[in-house]
Write a protein that binds this ligand. Sequence first.
Ligand code: ADP
Ligand code: ZN
Length: 525
Amino acid sequence: DPVSEAAAPDRSRDLLARVFGFAAFRPGQEEIVEAVIAGQDVLAIMPTGGGKSLCFQLPALARDGLTVVISPLIALMRDQVRGLQEAGVAAGALTSGNTPEENEEIFAAMEGGRLKLLYIAPERLASSGTTAMLRRSDCRLIAVDEAHCVSQWGHDFRPDYLRIGELRQALGVPLAAFTATADRATQDEIVQRLFAGGQPETFLRGFDRPNIRLAFAAKDSPRKQIMAFAAARKGQSGIVYCATRARTETLARALEEAGHNARAYHGGMEDWERRKVESLFQTEEGLIVCATVAFGMGVDKPDVRWVAHSDLPKSIEAYYQEIGRAGRDGLPADTLTLYGPDDIRLRRAQIDESNAPPERREADHARLNTLLGLAEATACRRRMLLAYFGEVSEPCGNCDLCERPAKTFDATEAVRKALSAMLRTGESFGTGHLVDILTGTLTDKVKQWRHDDLPTFGVGRELSKHAWQAVFRQMMGRDLVRPDAERHGALRMTEAARPVLKGEQALTFRADTVERIATRTEPRA
Ligand code: ADP
Ligand code: ZN
């Protein structure tokens, strides 16, 4: 029924936040987690650093009974067990390095039905008691890390992995296998040997979606910019993500007036209305939906040709997910994300005003920073995006910066001036006032605080106010400074800024966004 369907992902998200302390799933994780919780056989191929361990650790907690994890690396096992224990999870590892007392404790926990995760090395499968022990301990799931070790032709062959198939038969429980090795032959061999040739649900997921073009632009006149982008793609299906309900409606109307077929979609609409827009989008050619984030979850349309953000998304994960709704058919798809200082303020305020615990808000700020870094990147955006998800790649040739390299400038001196203005005023002021100090603007506030007496007063006259705003924005994007919500957005220096201040690190910033915002030239969509 729909209620329990909705409840399952909620439970996973709750565990994700509560036990693991993560605010969002990485790309691909959630689907795998749900399949494993549901008791399906799963083969998941994820890039290194993509967060595989979570995909069996979380289901182990959501499911009844014990999960056995087979892993070839003792050091890694111990790390994971330590991490889980610190998070309050009953986990243990049976390794050759254990003391008798450690083993005793693990066996006792298993017998008492308290253990949720047991890590073992494959060698242990060779000892006859292991299967019986697992059966007695109510083992309900087998997770196999580094599953490619079962491949005889692969580089990491571990003969004992061949026994995993027997263990699965003997226990009669689902098996979830994980690897970062994606080639077809290895996949086939894993299926053959671990699943006895049966068909596991397979998740093959590098993070790269090379057919999706990436582009950002400084927000100048968002409506005009989006209209120009849509006009160049007339008749194609697209999604415009907006930060507010009101904007979805004004944009949809403007697009309609310009002769597009467009609809608004947001959480404030009746259920039936939203269903209708969803089904129109699936069935009609060339519909544009102007939506809040509510749109897209249930929509699986392969030929969405473009996605635009009229406002900055709330995190790098959200950005990836939202642009990922374009081009599922693998054909070229286009994206454009607009961002401006107001977006940054809005997103910061949303995080600060949320009721989330402080660590969570910290993490949300960090994820927003990463997205800002991507917005004002100086080289290939895809490379930076993929690096965030742990994938190493070459410049892509399919992003705005690969096509037209950014103009950059050495911002070291400007940043040091900005930091100096902050420090000399006790890190108690926001961007506006700091810019006034740097540009030598004699406002009432400057006079009231006698900041015109500071040696920093007027040392930044070579840049316009807009340019300084852009410098501060890029400093925020790189997490050199952070606005303090409890003190009206007063900027504070972070540890990351220390080497710059000490003259140990140089900084390269984008010059074109500084100039563009400074001179308000025509937007290029
Ligand atoms: P893999 O085994 O795929 O190489 P790991 O499971 O070790 O990757 O995860 C890599 C890193 O990503 C770890 O530091 C982990 O804590 C982190 N991580 C995993 N899932 C998430 C998530 N949803 N949000 C943030 N960080 C995550
Ligand atoms: Zn690129």
